[in-house]
Design a protein around this ligand. Structure first.
Ligand SMILES: [Zn+2]
Length: 531
Protein backbone atom coordinates (compact mmCIF):
# COMPACT_ATOMS: atom_id res chain seq x y z
CA UNK A 1 0.00 0.00 0.00
CA UNK A 2 1.46 3.32 -0.97
CA UNK A 3 0.14 6.58 0.30
CA UNK A 4 1.02 10.14 -0.50
CA UNK A 5 4.20 11.09 1.32
CA UNK A 6 2.44 13.78 3.21
CA UNK A 7 -0.08 11.42 4.72
CA UNK A 8 1.78 8.11 4.81
CA UNK A 9 3.28 8.78 8.19
CA UNK A 10 0.07 10.17 9.49
CA UNK A 11 -2.18 7.14 9.19
CA UNK A 12 -2.32 6.78 12.93
CA UNK A 13 -2.28 10.52 13.49
CA UNK A 14 -5.12 11.60 11.27
CA UNK A 15 -5.16 15.04 12.83
CA UNK A 16 -1.95 15.90 11.00
CA UNK A 17 -3.78 15.61 7.72
CA UNK A 18 -7.07 17.11 8.73
CA UNK A 19 -7.72 20.06 6.56
CA UNK A 20 -5.85 18.54 3.66
CA UNK A 21 -9.09 18.82 1.71
CA UNK A 22 -9.16 22.50 2.27
CA UNK A 23 -12.66 22.21 3.71
CA UNK A 24 -14.28 22.76 7.05
CA UNK A 25 -14.00 20.10 9.70
CA UNK A 26 -17.26 18.17 10.11
CA UNK A 27 -18.15 19.98 13.32
CA UNK A 28 -17.67 23.41 11.75
CA UNK A 29 -19.63 22.26 8.70
CA UNK A 30 -22.43 21.07 10.96
CA UNK A 31 -22.53 24.45 12.67
CA UNK A 32 -22.84 26.14 9.30
CA UNK A 33 -25.65 23.85 8.24
CA UNK A 34 -27.47 24.51 11.51
CA UNK A 35 -26.99 28.24 11.04
CA UNK A 36 -28.46 28.06 7.53
CA UNK A 37 -31.28 25.73 8.56
CA UNK A 38 -32.15 26.02 12.26
CA UNK A 39 -34.08 22.94 13.35
CA UNK A 40 -31.99 20.50 11.37
CA UNK A 41 -31.08 17.34 13.30
CA UNK A 42 -28.02 15.09 13.26
CA UNK A 43 -27.86 11.42 14.13
CA UNK A 44 -24.52 9.73 14.69
CA UNK A 45 -23.69 6.06 15.11
CA UNK A 46 -20.28 5.01 16.43
CA UNK A 47 -19.19 8.68 16.06
CA UNK A 48 -20.12 8.65 12.37
CA UNK A 49 -22.82 11.02 11.13
CA UNK A 50 -25.40 8.76 9.48
CA UNK A 51 -28.57 10.89 9.26
CA UNK A 52 -29.53 14.51 8.78
CA UNK A 53 -33.21 15.18 9.31
CA UNK A 54 -35.67 17.67 10.77
CA UNK A 55 -36.76 20.85 9.02
CA UNK A 56 -35.95 20.88 5.27
CA UNK A 57 -32.33 21.81 4.66
CA UNK A 58 -32.15 22.45 0.95
CA UNK A 59 -34.31 23.80 -1.90
CA UNK A 60 -34.03 24.12 -5.66
CA UNK A 61 -35.70 23.64 -9.01
CA UNK A 62 -35.27 19.88 -9.30
CA UNK A 63 -34.41 16.97 -6.98
CA UNK A 64 -31.00 16.60 -8.67
CA UNK A 65 -30.18 20.29 -8.33
CA UNK A 66 -31.19 20.33 -4.65
CA UNK A 67 -29.08 17.25 -3.92
CA UNK A 68 -26.10 18.47 -5.92
CA UNK A 69 -26.19 21.86 -4.22
CA UNK A 70 -26.26 20.19 -0.81
CA UNK A 71 -23.28 18.01 -1.73
CA UNK A 72 -21.36 21.01 -3.08
CA UNK A 73 -21.95 23.17 -0.03
CA UNK A 74 -22.22 20.70 2.85
CA UNK A 75 -20.51 17.38 2.02
CA UNK A 76 -17.77 18.29 4.48
CA UNK A 77 -20.25 17.69 7.27
CA UNK A 78 -19.45 14.01 6.61
CA UNK A 79 -15.72 14.61 6.39
CA UNK A 80 -15.95 14.09 2.63
CA UNK A 81 -15.07 16.45 -0.23
CA UNK A 82 -17.79 17.19 -2.79
CA UNK A 83 -15.48 16.12 -5.61
CA UNK A 84 -15.32 12.64 -4.11
CA UNK A 85 -19.07 12.07 -4.41
CA UNK A 86 -19.89 10.59 -7.79
CA UNK A 87 -23.47 10.82 -9.08
CA UNK A 88 -24.46 7.16 -9.11
CA UNK A 89 -25.96 4.77 -6.59
CA UNK A 90 -25.62 1.25 -5.24
CA UNK A 91 -28.62 0.03 -7.24
CA UNK A 92 -28.31 -2.51 -10.00
CA UNK A 93 -28.01 -0.06 -12.90
CA UNK A 94 -26.10 2.56 -10.92
CA UNK A 95 -28.81 5.16 -11.45
CA UNK A 96 -28.51 8.61 -9.88
CA UNK A 97 -32.16 9.06 -8.93
CA UNK A 98 -35.00 6.82 -7.85
CA UNK A 99 -38.66 7.86 -7.45
CA UNK A 100 -40.24 6.56 -4.24
CA UNK A 101 -43.74 6.35 -2.73
CA UNK A 102 -45.92 5.94 -5.76
CA UNK A 103 -49.38 7.48 -5.37
CA UNK A 104 -51.75 5.45 -7.46
CA UNK A 105 -54.52 8.02 -7.69
CA UNK A 106 -52.27 10.74 -9.12
CA UNK A 107 -49.71 8.54 -10.84
CA UNK A 108 -47.01 10.66 -9.17
CA UNK A 109 -44.24 9.82 -6.76
CA UNK A 110 -44.10 11.63 -3.45
CA UNK A 111 -40.29 11.68 -3.18
CA UNK A 112 -37.15 11.41 -5.25
CA UNK A 113 -34.13 9.69 -3.80
CA UNK A 114 -30.81 11.00 -5.14
CA UNK A 115 -27.74 8.77 -4.84
CA UNK A 116 -24.05 9.49 -4.64
CA UNK A 117 -21.17 7.07 -4.28
CA UNK A 118 -18.03 8.01 -2.40
CA UNK A 119 -14.74 7.73 -4.24
CA UNK A 120 -11.16 8.46 -3.40
CA UNK A 121 -8.75 9.18 -6.21
CA UNK A 122 -11.49 8.00 -8.54
CA UNK A 123 -11.72 4.61 -6.82
CA UNK A 124 -15.06 3.74 -5.17
CA UNK A 125 -15.11 3.39 -1.42
CA UNK A 126 -16.62 0.03 -0.48
CA UNK A 127 -20.35 0.44 0.26
CA UNK A 128 -20.01 4.15 0.97
CA UNK A 129 -23.04 6.04 -0.30
CA UNK A 130 -25.05 9.15 0.32
CA UNK A 131 -28.80 9.12 -0.24
CA UNK A 132 -30.76 12.35 -0.27
CA UNK A 133 -34.52 12.31 -0.03
CA UNK A 134 -36.27 15.20 -1.79
CA UNK A 135 -39.98 15.85 -1.63
CA UNK A 136 -41.56 16.31 -5.06
CA UNK A 137 -43.33 19.60 -4.41
CA UNK A 138 -42.74 23.31 -4.84
CA UNK A 139 -39.03 24.15 -4.33
CA UNK A 140 -38.20 20.48 -3.83
CA UNK A 141 -37.36 20.51 -0.12
CA UNK A 142 -34.55 18.20 0.97
CA UNK A 143 -35.90 16.37 4.02
CA UNK A 144 -33.45 13.57 4.81
CA UNK A 145 -29.98 12.32 4.07
CA UNK A 146 -28.76 8.85 4.91
CA UNK A 147 -25.04 8.31 4.83
CA UNK A 148 -22.71 5.34 4.87
CA UNK A 149 -19.83 7.62 3.86
CA UNK A 150 -16.45 7.15 5.51
CA UNK A 151 -14.32 9.99 6.79
CA UNK A 152 -11.15 9.59 4.71
CA UNK A 153 -9.46 12.83 5.64
CA UNK A 154 -5.74 12.15 5.70
CA UNK A 155 -5.93 9.24 3.28
CA UNK A 156 -4.83 9.33 -0.32
CA UNK A 157 -5.00 6.24 -2.45
CA UNK A 158 -2.05 5.81 -4.74
CA UNK A 159 -2.33 2.99 -7.20
CA UNK A 160 0.96 1.17 -7.50
CA UNK A 161 1.61 -2.51 -8.07
CA UNK A 162 -1.61 -4.41 -7.61
CA UNK A 163 -1.33 -8.10 -6.71
CA UNK A 164 -4.77 -9.57 -7.21
CA UNK A 165 -3.48 -13.15 -7.16
CA UNK A 166 -2.03 -12.69 -3.69
CA UNK A 167 -5.54 -11.91 -2.45
CA UNK A 168 -7.03 -14.97 -4.11
CA UNK A 169 -4.29 -17.19 -2.73
CA UNK A 170 -5.09 -15.84 0.74
CA UNK A 171 -8.81 -16.47 0.16
CA UNK A 172 -8.07 -20.08 -0.80
CA UNK A 173 -6.16 -20.56 2.41
CA UNK A 174 -9.26 -19.40 4.29
CA UNK A 175 -11.77 -21.42 2.24
CA UNK A 176 -9.89 -24.21 0.42
CA UNK A 177 -12.98 -25.51 -1.41
CA UNK A 178 -13.30 -22.39 -3.56
CA UNK A 179 -13.11 -23.07 -7.28
CA UNK A 180 -14.21 -19.94 -9.13
CA UNK A 181 -13.24 -16.31 -8.59
CA UNK A 182 -14.66 -13.19 -10.16
CA UNK A 183 -12.27 -10.58 -11.54
CA UNK A 184 -11.10 -8.28 -8.79
CA UNK A 185 -12.22 -4.68 -8.62
CA UNK A 186 -10.24 -1.93 -6.96
CA UNK A 187 -11.96 -0.39 -3.96
CA UNK A 188 -11.03 1.67 -0.97
CA UNK A 189 -11.62 -0.44 2.10
CA UNK A 190 -12.67 1.78 5.00
CA UNK A 191 -14.90 -0.60 6.95
CA UNK A 192 -18.64 -1.12 6.94
CA UNK A 193 -21.32 -0.30 9.50
CA UNK A 194 -19.68 0.69 12.76
CA UNK A 195 -16.25 -0.77 11.96
CA UNK A 196 -13.30 1.53 12.46
CA UNK A 197 -10.37 0.52 10.24
CA UNK A 198 -7.39 2.11 8.54
CA UNK A 199 -8.43 2.99 4.99
CA UNK A 200 -6.64 0.76 2.51
CA UNK A 201 -6.48 0.32 -1.23
CA UNK A 202 -8.01 -3.10 -1.76
CA UNK A 203 -9.34 -5.60 -4.27
CA UNK A 204 -12.91 -6.86 -4.00
CA UNK A 205 -13.79 -10.26 -5.47
CA UNK A 206 -16.15 -13.18 -5.00
CA UNK A 207 -15.25 -16.87 -4.78
CA UNK A 208 -17.52 -19.92 -4.91
CA UNK A 209 -17.04 -23.68 -4.82
CA UNK A 210 -19.01 -24.44 -7.98
CA UNK A 211 -21.82 -26.24 -6.19
CA UNK A 212 -24.85 -23.96 -6.51
CA UNK A 213 -28.24 -25.36 -5.47
CA UNK A 214 -26.66 -27.97 -3.23
CA UNK A 215 -26.42 -27.98 0.56
CA UNK A 216 -22.64 -27.69 0.21
CA UNK A 217 -22.72 -24.48 -1.81
CA UNK A 218 -20.27 -21.85 -0.63
CA UNK A 219 -19.96 -18.32 -1.92
CA UNK A 220 -17.89 -15.63 -0.28
CA UNK A 221 -17.07 -11.99 -0.83
CA UNK A 222 -13.49 -10.99 -0.06
CA UNK A 223 -11.75 -7.69 0.38
CA UNK A 224 -8.00 -8.16 0.10
CA UNK A 225 -5.19 -5.67 0.52
CA UNK A 226 -4.33 -4.68 -3.06
CA UNK A 227 -0.61 -5.06 -2.57
CA UNK A 228 -0.03 -7.69 0.13
CA UNK A 229 -3.12 -9.82 -0.52
CA UNK A 230 -3.99 -9.85 3.17
CA UNK A 231 -7.72 -10.59 3.61
CA UNK A 232 -9.29 -7.54 5.22
CA UNK A 233 -12.94 -8.56 5.16
CA UNK A 234 -15.06 -11.60 4.31
CA UNK A 235 -18.78 -12.01 3.95
CA UNK A 236 -20.81 -15.18 3.47
CA UNK A 237 -22.94 -14.45 0.40
CA UNK A 238 -25.30 -17.32 1.09
CA UNK A 239 -27.84 -15.62 3.24
CA UNK A 240 -28.25 -17.26 6.58
CA UNK A 241 -31.59 -18.90 7.05
CA UNK A 242 -33.60 -19.65 10.13
CA UNK A 243 -35.37 -22.98 10.27
CA UNK A 244 -39.14 -22.86 10.30
CA UNK A 245 -41.75 -25.52 10.81
CA UNK A 246 -44.65 -26.87 12.77
CA UNK A 247 -45.20 -29.46 15.46
CA UNK A 248 -48.46 -31.40 15.39
CA UNK A 249 -49.57 -34.73 16.75
CA UNK A 250 -52.40 -37.17 16.26
CA UNK A 251 -54.59 -36.60 19.31
CA UNK A 252 -57.83 -38.41 20.06
CA UNK A 253 -60.77 -36.47 18.70
CA UNK A 254 -63.65 -35.71 21.04
CA UNK A 255 -63.92 -36.20 24.79
CA UNK A 256 -63.56 -39.93 25.08
CA UNK A 257 -60.79 -42.44 25.58
CA UNK A 258 -58.44 -43.25 22.71
CA UNK A 259 -60.59 -46.22 21.78
CA UNK A 260 -63.62 -43.97 21.30
CA UNK A 261 -62.51 -41.67 18.52
CA UNK A 262 -60.13 -41.24 15.64
CA UNK A 263 -56.79 -39.53 16.12
CA UNK A 264 -56.74 -36.18 14.33
CA UNK A 265 -53.70 -34.09 13.50
CA UNK A 266 -53.64 -31.36 16.16
CA UNK A 267 -51.13 -28.55 16.73
CA UNK A 268 -48.84 -29.23 19.69
CA UNK A 269 -48.56 -25.80 21.31
CA UNK A 270 -45.41 -24.44 22.93
CA UNK A 271 -43.28 -27.49 22.12
CA UNK A 272 -39.53 -27.28 22.24
CA UNK A 273 -37.60 -27.87 19.03
CA UNK A 274 -33.88 -27.82 18.50
CA UNK A 275 -31.27 -28.12 15.81
CA UNK A 276 -28.72 -30.76 16.76
CA UNK A 277 -25.58 -28.81 17.55
CA UNK A 278 -27.54 -25.56 17.17
CA UNK A 279 -30.25 -23.45 18.67
CA UNK A 280 -33.44 -24.28 20.53
CA UNK A 281 -36.82 -22.60 20.14
CA UNK A 282 -40.42 -23.01 21.23
CA UNK A 283 -43.47 -23.31 19.03
CA UNK A 284 -46.34 -20.86 19.43
CA UNK A 285 -49.89 -21.84 20.33
CA UNK A 286 -50.40 -23.14 16.79
CA UNK A 287 -47.32 -25.35 16.91
CA UNK A 288 -45.46 -23.02 14.52
CA UNK A 289 -41.82 -22.31 15.25
CA UNK A 290 -38.77 -20.46 13.97
CA UNK A 291 -35.36 -21.62 15.18
CA UNK A 292 -32.75 -18.87 14.80
CA UNK A 293 -30.00 -20.34 12.66
CA UNK A 294 -26.85 -19.13 10.98
CA UNK A 295 -26.23 -21.42 8.04
CA UNK A 296 -27.69 -22.85 4.89
CA UNK A 297 -26.41 -26.40 4.87
CA UNK A 298 -28.55 -29.35 5.91
CA UNK A 299 -29.36 -29.61 9.60
CA UNK A 300 -31.17 -32.14 11.76
CA UNK A 301 -34.11 -30.76 13.72
CA UNK A 302 -35.56 -32.58 16.72
CA UNK A 303 -39.04 -32.41 18.20
CA UNK A 304 -40.17 -33.94 21.47
CA UNK A 305 -43.29 -33.65 23.61
CA UNK A 306 -41.44 -31.35 25.90
CA UNK A 307 -42.56 -27.74 25.93
CA UNK A 308 -42.55 -24.52 27.85
CA UNK A 309 -45.17 -25.66 30.33
CA UNK A 310 -45.28 -29.44 30.23
CA UNK A 311 -42.92 -32.30 29.64
CA UNK A 312 -44.24 -35.76 28.85
CA UNK A 313 -42.45 -38.77 30.29
CA UNK A 314 -43.43 -42.08 28.74
CA UNK A 315 -43.30 -44.70 31.51
CA UNK A 316 -43.87 -47.44 28.94
CA UNK A 317 -40.88 -46.84 26.69
CA UNK A 318 -38.70 -44.15 25.23
CA UNK A 319 -40.04 -40.61 25.04
CA UNK A 320 -41.48 -39.26 21.81
CA UNK A 321 -38.67 -38.01 19.58
CA UNK A 322 -38.85 -37.09 15.91
CA UNK A 323 -35.93 -35.99 13.76
CA UNK A 324 -36.00 -34.34 10.36
CA UNK A 325 -33.12 -33.43 8.05
CA UNK A 326 -33.86 -30.15 6.32
CA UNK A 327 -32.04 -27.50 4.36
CA UNK A 328 -32.74 -24.13 5.99
CA UNK A 329 -35.26 -22.59 6.05
CA UNK A 330 -37.05 -25.92 5.93
CA UNK A 331 -39.90 -26.27 6.70
CA UNK A 332 -39.47 -28.98 9.31
CA UNK A 333 -43.00 -30.23 9.90
CA UNK A 334 -43.34 -32.82 12.64
CA UNK A 335 -46.26 -35.19 13.15
CA UNK A 336 -46.15 -37.05 16.42
CA UNK A 337 -48.01 -40.32 16.90
CA UNK A 338 -48.38 -40.98 13.18
CA UNK A 339 -48.69 -44.69 13.99
CA UNK A 340 -51.48 -44.14 16.52
CA UNK A 341 -50.28 -46.79 19.00
CA UNK A 342 -51.67 -46.67 22.55
CA UNK A 343 -48.60 -45.33 24.32
CA UNK A 344 -47.72 -42.68 21.76
CA UNK A 345 -51.37 -41.60 21.62
CA UNK A 346 -51.29 -41.13 25.40
CA UNK A 347 -48.15 -39.02 25.06
CA UNK A 348 -49.82 -36.71 22.54
CA UNK A 349 -53.15 -36.59 24.42
CA UNK A 350 -51.40 -35.91 27.71
CA UNK A 351 -49.28 -33.12 26.29
CA UNK A 352 -52.07 -31.49 24.35
CA UNK A 353 -54.80 -31.55 26.99
CA UNK A 354 -52.49 -30.42 29.79
CA UNK A 355 -51.86 -27.30 27.70
CA UNK A 356 -55.56 -26.91 26.92
CA UNK A 357 -56.52 -26.82 30.59
CA UNK A 358 -53.62 -24.59 31.59
CA UNK A 359 -54.41 -22.21 28.71
CA UNK A 360 -58.01 -21.98 29.90
CA UNK A 361 -56.91 -21.08 33.42
CA UNK A 362 -54.42 -18.49 32.18
CA UNK A 363 -57.04 -17.06 29.84
CA UNK A 364 -59.47 -16.45 32.67
CA UNK A 365 -56.86 -15.30 35.15
CA UNK A 366 -53.48 -14.32 33.68
CA UNK A 367 -52.21 -13.88 37.25
CA UNK A 368 -53.29 -17.32 38.44
CA UNK A 369 -50.62 -18.44 40.92
CA UNK A 370 -48.01 -21.04 40.06
CA UNK A 371 -48.73 -21.47 36.36
CA UNK A 372 -45.48 -20.03 35.08
CA UNK A 373 -43.63 -23.10 36.23
CA UNK A 374 -41.75 -24.67 33.32
CA UNK A 375 -42.02 -28.27 32.13
CA UNK A 376 -44.53 -29.59 34.66
CA UNK A 377 -44.25 -33.40 34.38
CA UNK A 378 -46.94 -35.38 32.60
CA UNK A 379 -46.26 -39.07 33.22
CA UNK A 380 -48.14 -41.35 30.86
CA UNK A 381 -48.38 -45.14 30.52
CA UNK A 382 -47.54 -46.00 34.13
CA UNK A 383 -47.49 -49.76 34.58
CA UNK A 384 -50.90 -49.84 36.24
CA UNK A 385 -54.51 -49.64 35.13
CA UNK A 386 -57.86 -47.98 35.79
CA UNK A 387 -56.60 -44.84 37.47
CA UNK A 388 -54.83 -41.53 37.22
CA UNK A 389 -53.45 -39.25 39.89
CA UNK A 390 -51.94 -35.95 40.91
CA UNK A 391 -49.16 -35.92 43.49
CA UNK A 392 -48.53 -32.16 43.83
CA UNK A 393 -45.51 -32.33 41.50
CA UNK A 394 -46.83 -34.19 38.43
CA UNK A 395 -49.93 -35.58 36.78
CA UNK A 396 -50.01 -39.32 36.06
CA UNK A 397 -51.88 -41.67 33.76
CA UNK A 398 -52.12 -45.44 33.42
CA UNK A 399 -52.05 -47.99 30.65
CA UNK A 400 -55.05 -49.80 29.24
CA UNK A 401 -56.00 -53.00 30.97
CA UNK A 402 -58.13 -54.43 33.74
CA UNK A 403 -61.31 -53.39 31.98
CA UNK A 404 -60.20 -49.78 31.45
CA UNK A 405 -58.85 -47.73 28.58
CA UNK A 406 -55.55 -45.88 28.75
CA UNK A 407 -56.33 -43.03 31.15
CA UNK A 408 -54.22 -40.45 29.30
CA UNK A 409 -57.05 -38.63 27.56
CA UNK A 410 -58.92 -35.32 27.52
CA UNK A 411 -61.18 -34.89 30.56
CA UNK A 412 -59.04 -37.14 32.75
CA UNK A 413 -56.06 -34.90 32.01
CA UNK A 414 -58.19 -31.82 32.70
CA UNK A 415 -59.29 -33.35 36.02
CA UNK A 416 -55.77 -34.12 37.23
CA UNK A 417 -54.49 -30.69 36.28
CA UNK A 418 -57.56 -29.29 38.04
CA UNK A 419 -56.07 -30.69 41.27
CA UNK A 420 -52.92 -28.71 40.49
CA UNK A 421 -54.95 -25.53 39.99
CA UNK A 422 -56.59 -26.11 43.37
CA UNK A 423 -53.22 -26.69 44.96
CA UNK A 424 -51.56 -23.65 43.37
CA UNK A 425 -54.40 -21.46 44.62
CA UNK A 426 -53.79 -22.64 48.15
CA UNK A 427 -57.09 -24.42 48.48
CA UNK A 428 -57.55 -27.82 50.07
CA UNK A 429 -58.29 -30.87 47.96
CA UNK A 430 -60.77 -33.41 49.28
CA UNK A 431 -64.17 -33.38 47.66
CA UNK A 432 -63.54 -29.78 46.61
CA UNK A 433 -60.47 -30.82 44.63
CA UNK A 434 -62.31 -33.72 43.01
CA UNK A 435 -65.22 -31.48 42.13
CA UNK A 436 -63.01 -28.75 40.70
CA UNK A 437 -61.08 -31.35 38.72
CA UNK A 438 -64.32 -32.46 37.11
CA UNK A 439 -65.34 -28.83 36.60
CA UNK A 440 -62.25 -28.22 34.45
CA UNK A 441 -63.34 -31.02 32.14
CA UNK A 442 -66.90 -29.67 32.03
CA UNK A 443 -65.72 -26.14 31.19
CA UNK A 444 -63.54 -27.39 28.36
CA UNK A 445 -65.90 -29.95 26.84
CA UNK A 446 -69.20 -28.19 27.65
CA UNK A 447 -70.42 -31.71 28.40
CA UNK A 448 -71.44 -32.80 31.90
CA UNK A 449 -70.14 -36.33 31.46
CA UNK A 450 -66.65 -37.09 32.61
CA UNK A 451 -64.30 -39.61 31.04
CA UNK A 452 -66.32 -41.20 28.29
CA UNK A 453 -65.04 -44.71 27.58
CA UNK A 454 -62.89 -44.93 30.71
CA UNK A 455 -64.31 -48.42 31.35
CA UNK A 456 -63.91 -49.46 27.71
CA UNK A 457 -67.53 -48.60 26.96
CA UNK A 458 -67.65 -45.60 24.68
CA UNK A 459 -71.28 -44.99 25.59
CA UNK A 460 -70.43 -44.95 29.26
CA UNK A 461 -68.79 -42.36 31.46
CA UNK A 462 -67.30 -42.12 34.91
CA UNK A 463 -69.15 -39.22 36.54
CA UNK A 464 -71.89 -36.79 35.61
CA UNK A 465 -72.14 -33.10 36.49
CA UNK A 466 -75.76 -33.05 35.36
CA UNK A 467 -77.10 -34.16 38.72
CA UNK A 468 -79.39 -33.14 41.57
CA UNK A 469 -77.05 -33.64 44.47
CA UNK A 470 -77.77 -31.53 47.54
CA UNK A 471 -75.65 -30.17 50.36
CA UNK A 472 -74.59 -31.61 52.72
CA UNK A 473 -73.05 -34.62 51.06
CA UNK A 474 -71.74 -37.54 52.92
CA UNK A 475 -69.73 -40.14 51.12
CA UNK A 476 -66.59 -40.70 49.14
CA UNK A 477 -64.82 -37.55 47.92
CA UNK A 478 -65.19 -38.20 44.17
CA UNK A 479 -68.87 -38.80 44.71
CA UNK A 480 -69.32 -35.67 46.83
CA UNK A 481 -67.26 -33.66 44.35
CA UNK A 482 -70.17 -34.04 41.96
CA UNK A 483 -72.11 -31.65 44.20
CA UNK A 484 -69.71 -28.94 43.09
CA UNK A 485 -69.58 -29.91 39.41
CA UNK A 486 -73.37 -30.20 39.56
CA UNK A 487 -73.69 -26.61 40.83
CA UNK A 488 -71.41 -25.40 38.07
CA UNK A 489 -73.35 -27.35 35.42
CA UNK A 490 -76.70 -26.04 36.66
CA UNK A 491 -75.40 -22.46 36.65
CA UNK A 492 -73.95 -22.99 33.21
CA UNK A 493 -77.32 -24.22 31.94
CA UNK A 494 -79.15 -21.20 33.38
CA UNK A 495 -76.59 -18.92 31.76
CA UNK A 496 -76.94 -20.71 28.46
CA UNK A 497 -80.58 -19.55 28.36
CA UNK A 498 -79.85 -15.91 29.21
CA UNK A 499 -76.42 -15.47 27.61
CA UNK A 500 -76.35 -17.87 24.66
CA UNK A 501 -73.28 -16.22 23.10
CA UNK A 502 -70.95 -16.08 26.06
CA UNK A 503 -72.26 -18.39 28.77
CA UNK A 504 -69.14 -20.55 28.54
CA UNK A 505 -66.91 -17.57 29.12
CA UNK A 506 -69.00 -16.41 32.05
CA UNK A 507 -69.13 -19.76 33.83
CA UNK A 508 -65.42 -20.39 33.25
CA UNK A 509 -64.57 -16.97 34.62
CA UNK A 510 -66.69 -17.62 37.70
CA UNK A 511 -65.26 -21.07 38.26
CA UNK A 512 -61.55 -20.38 37.67
CA UNK A 513 -60.94 -18.10 40.60
CA UNK A 514 -57.98 -18.59 42.88
CA UNK A 515 -59.99 -17.42 45.81
CA UNK A 516 -61.61 -18.41 48.92
CA UNK A 517 -62.41 -22.06 48.85
CA UNK A 518 -61.94 -24.66 51.51
CA UNK A 519 -62.76 -28.33 51.19
CA UNK A 520 -66.42 -29.27 51.24
CA UNK A 521 -65.53 -32.18 53.47
CA UNK A 522 -62.86 -32.45 56.08
CA UNK A 523 -60.51 -34.27 53.72
CA UNK A 524 -57.63 -32.05 52.67
CA UNK A 525 -55.27 -34.40 50.94
CA UNK A 526 -55.67 -35.86 47.49
CA UNK A 527 -54.64 -39.46 47.76
CA UNK A 528 -53.73 -41.29 44.57
CA UNK A 529 -57.33 -42.20 44.06
CA UNK A 530 -59.54 -42.75 41.09
CA UNK A 531 -59.07 -39.69 38.91
ZN1 LIG B 1 -59.10 -36.54 41.42
Amino acid sequence: MRLSLRCAAAMSVLALCAGALGADTPSVAAQELTRDYPGVGFYTSAERLTRIYGTPFGFGDSPEHVAEAFVREHADVFGVAAVDLAPYGPVADGRHTQPVMYERDTGEYKFTLVYFTQTSGGIPVFRAHLKLLVRNELAYPLVLTASSLRDLRGFTATVGVIDEEAGKDAALKLVPSLLNFTDGELVIWAGVDDMVVQPTLAVEFIGDNGKPATPDYEKWLFIADAVTGEILYTEDMILNEDVEGNVSGYATDGWGADICGPELLTPMPYTRVNIIGGNTAYADEFGDFVIPHGGSTEVTVESTLRGRWFRVYNQGGSNALLQLDVIPPGPANFEHNAGGAEYTTAEVNGYYHANVVRDLAIYHNPSYPGLQEAEFPVNVNHNDTCNAYYDYSSINFFRAGGGCANSGFSTVVHHEYGHHLVSMAGSGQGAYGEGMGDVMGVLISDDPHLAWGFYNDCNGFMRNADNNMQYPCSGEIHYCGMLLSGCVWSTRTELEATHPDDYRDIIANLAITPCCCTPVTGLTRASPSTS
